[in-house]
Structure formats: C-alpha cells, structure tokens
Design a protein around this ligand. Structure first.
Ligand code: 5AD
Ligand code: SF4
Length: 473
C-alpha cells in the first residue's frame, strides 16, 4: 500500500523529472479483460481532470472495454475526483454511496482516482473504511492502471497507490478525445506558485513542463486528424519551460504552435506574475492565437493578495490588464475571484467590488473560500461568518453578471466566427464559441459541425448569445 503524505508533497526540488517514453504497458493478463464489458468514468474538476479522464478512457479501451455513461450498466466504475473546494469533495462522497450500492448488487470493479486521492486524510480513510473500493490511485500514475487491475484480479485485495512526490513526464499515454474538433493538450503538470489557499501544489506536485518538440508533435498530429482547436493546459501556463531551462518559454511555445497552422489556439490558466510582454506580442501577432485570456485576480485588496501569496498588487494587475487590452485587439478577459478569504473585511471586499467595476471583466468565476487541509491559509483563524461570505458572493455575482451582459451587448448585430461544436440544448440549434470565448447558440444545420463559420449575432443574454450562420469560412 502506498499512501500519500503531506510532508513529502511539500518537498520541492528533490526529484529531477525525466521524460519517460516507455512506461505505459499493458500486462498480458489484462490485455483482453474488457471484452464484452463496459466502463463508466465520472469526472469532477478542471480541464486537467477532464483530460486525465480522456487518458483513462483510452487505457480502458486498450484493454477492450467499451464506454458507457450509465453507471448501472458498467462493469468498472472510475471516479476521477477534484479537491479544490469542499463542494467538489461533497459531490464525490455523495456518489460513492451510490456506487457502493451498485457494487452490492453486481460484481463490479471500482476505482477512485484524481486529486482527492492525493489528499493524505482521504486516502487513509478510504483505504481503511471503504474496503469495497478496489483501486485507489493518484494523479501521478494513471498510466499504471492496467498493472493495478492485474493485481486486484490476482490478489483480490484493495490496491492503494498514491505517490506524494510527483513522477516523471510520461509521453506515449494514449488518449480518447471527447471531441473531434477541439483537443486538450497538456504542456505542463503541477504548479510551483504555492498560493496559500490552494491545494493544487500538493495534489499535482511541482511544475514539470513537457518538451517543446513533444507538444508540437501532438499538435501536428491533431492538425493532420482535422482538429480545429487546441487548448494548451497547465496550472500556470506562463511559467511553461522555466523548469526545463532549455532556452524557450511560453511565448516561444505559442509561436511554434501557431506555426503548425491549427486554426485556433487557446491556453489556460495564466497567472498575472509570469505574463511577459513577449507573450502579449505573440498573442497579438498571430491570428490563430485566440484573443481570450483567463487571468485570475482572486481579490482586489492588496492586504488579502499578500496573505494569499499572489505576488502582485492590485495596481500591478491593473497595469497588466490594461496592457493586454491595448496590445491585443478585441481581447476578452475573464477572471477568478475568491470571497471570504480568512478575515476578509468589508473594506477588503469593497476593494474587490471596486476592481470589478473598474475592469468590467467579460466573465468571472466566483467562489467562497474553502479551507483545504494542509494549505497555509487553512491554519488562519477566521472570524467571518459563512452567512456574511454568502451575502458577499451574491453581491459580487450581481455585479459580475451586469458586466457579462454589458460586454456581450457589444456583439449585437456584429459578425463573429464560431467553431460549431455540438447540438445545443436550445430548440434544434448548434453551439460553439467565438474567438473571444463567447458561447453562441447558432441557427444552422448539422453540416456545419466542426466548421468555423461566420455568424451574425441577433440577440444577447448574460451567458450566451443567439445568432445565424451567414457563410462558411
Ligand atoms: N477556496 C475557494 N476557491 C479556490 N480556488 C482555488 N482554491 C480555492 C479554495 N481553497 C479557486 C481560485 C482558482 C480557481 C481554479 O479556484 O479562484 O483560480
Ligand atoms: Fe483540477 Fe485542482 Fe480540482 Fe485537481 S484540485 S481537479 S487540479 S481544480
């Protein structure tokens, strides 16, 4: 049994990651184990987790399993978890009850993985109190799933394999992509920023960038397969390459990916700290790098930003924001905001409202601070009641919605380009996003699926717009 521990997860710099290209193997004993059987994956959390689930799906299919969305119908249930806030955690625990119930009725295999498994307390308690879970594994060893499966089938004993110290950079793990048009591409794993509220540095380990040539090869393959859009994924993409020290950075990566000719490039998430002028220039220069930036601010109060260890002041954020707006035509900027960080005063909160009024973000994802065990902020004694925090969130959301609508109104009767992705829930329309990441429900037929089309925007809502196709690009 390999259980995680927070002390090891805090250690930085001891392990020097290598690129491993041959670590993914399927033992003969499980090569066909999934024949006539089905797997179901439940995914929680960010795009990184969504993409991990795409890897898990491909690994399952390498063992001949077939995917189902229906838990009742599955022979293996995999629950890929998120640890970022208490509510993500609660959703997972709720579902575990349902899975246990299924397991009592039918002989199924259950796998618990993802960020929650990386939490010391969780894995420890699951391994002692949830013996019915067959495999508990973390974020650093997804590619070992077939080996763990072989072991539980042979030994009929729970397999717990969670490592606190991150592994190497594994190339060659298969992927079954959810979309035929848009692809997630990891450019780095982990994070070195250590914001005091955040669990990610412990669940995902220290920063490890993939080599530029490996990323380019993946994107070139996607271009050949007809993909229209890639989103470069990392916890802090601007820091790409720093750990490699090979003389290239995020701006160089963006430029190289742009030259592959892929129609659309996006990237998440950016930290205001490492956002260089060179990066802004590259985004402005290349038409296929989308003019949309997700730039979490977290708070408008310098006092709180300092306690969060964000390493920028309100003024520095504003300067960067304005520079991006000036240098990248038509750019849209979204953000993340936390309310109710320990001991956030009314004054601090009003500074957050002030900055939203000043910068008028296109979109803001807002959260109530959630203490995460083991993070520095979780040790701060908090005097603010949950009720106050909820009221603040509601007030902030009102403002955020106002600016989302106001920003969208600029699009009324304008022509935009939309990559048509899928049927929308809305009465026979199709959905897709503009270059600036605005959701559009388009009146068109299925022949436009996977195409970037010109759309005229006819009506506006807070979170989406409606439009009609004018012609193909
Ligand atoms: N509590 C609330 N929100 C959090 N986030 C990260 N950690 C926490 C936490 N402990 C938010 C941040 C981050 C986004 C992905 O989630 O705003 O940018
Ligand atoms: Fe993603 Fe962070 Fe949640 Fe892990 S804890 S799934 S990295 S948001």
């Amino acid at each position: 049994m390999n259980l995680p521990n927070l002390k090891d997860a805090r250690v930085r710099g001891k392990h020097k990651p290598e690129v491993k290209r041959e670590d993914y193997v399927i033992p003969e004993a499980v090569g066909n184990i999934g024949k006539n059987k089905k797997y179901c994956i439940l995914t929680y959390g960010c795009q990184m987790n969504v993409h991990d689930s795409e890897n898990i799906a491909a690994i399952m299919e390498d063992m001949k399993y077939i995917q189902t969305d229906d838990m009742q119908d599955a022979d293996i249930i995999i629950i890929n978890t998120c640890a970022i806030r208490e509510n993500a955690h609660n959703k997972v625990m709720g579902n575990l009850g349902r899975i246990k119930h299924l397991k009592e009725k039918k002989d199924i295999i259950t796998i618990f993985c993802g960020c929650m498994a990386q939490e010391e307390g969780i894995s420890r308690s699951l391994s002692s109190k949830y013996k019915w879970i067959d495999i508990i594994m973390g974020t650093h060893n997804i590619h070992k799933l077939p080996i763990y499966l072989e072991k539980i089938i042979k030994n009929k004993k729970q397999e717990v394999n969670v490592y606190s110290i991150e592994g190497d950079v594994y190339e060659g793990i298969p992927v079954k992509r959810d979309s035929k048009y848009k692809a997630w591409v990891n450019i780095m794993y982990g994070c070195d920023k250590v914001c005091t509220y955040c669990i990610v540095p412990y669940t995902r380990g220290k920063q490890r960038s993939r080599l530029l040539e490996d990323i380019l090869k993946e994107v070139e393959d996607l271009v050949r397969e007809g993909y229209k859009e890639v989103t470069l994924l990392g916890q802090n993409v601007n820091a790409y390459g720093k750990d490699l020290a090979l003389g290239y950075d995020m701006a160089d990566l963006l430029e190289s990916v742009s030259k592959t000719g892929i129609s659309r490039i996006r990237f998440i998430t950016s930290h205001p700290w490492d956002f260089t002028d060179k990066m802004i220039e590259v985004i402005a220069k290349y038409d296929n790098i989308m003019p949309y930036i997700h730039l979490p601010i977290q708070s408008g109060s310098d006092r709180i930003l300092k306690h969060m260890n964000r390493r920028y002041t309100k003024e520095e954020y504003i300067t960067l924001f304005n520079k991006i707006k000036e240098m990248i035509p038509n750019v849209s900027i979204s953000t993340d905001i936390i309310v109710g960080f320990p001991n956030e005063t009314d004054e601090d909160f009003h500074e957050t409202l002030d900055i939203v009024n000043l910068l008028k973000f296109d979109l803001a994802y807002t959260f109530i601070y959630s203490p995460r065990e083991g993070t520095p902020a979780s040790k701060i004694k908090d005097t603010i009641s949950l009720d106050t925090k909820k009221k603040r969130l509601a007030e902030l959301n009102k403002l955020v919605n106002k600016y989302a609508l106001l920003n969208n109104q600029k699009y009324k009767n304008k022509m935009v380009e939309v990559l048509i992705e899928a049927p929308s829930d809305k009465n026979g329309k199709y959905m897709g996003y503009t270059d600036t990441m605005k959701l559009v429900n388009v009146d068109c037929d299925s022949k436009y699926l996977g195409k970037i089309v010109k759309v005229k925007i006819e009506s506006i809502k807070t979170w989406s717009m409606d439009g009609v196709v004018v012609n193909d690009k």
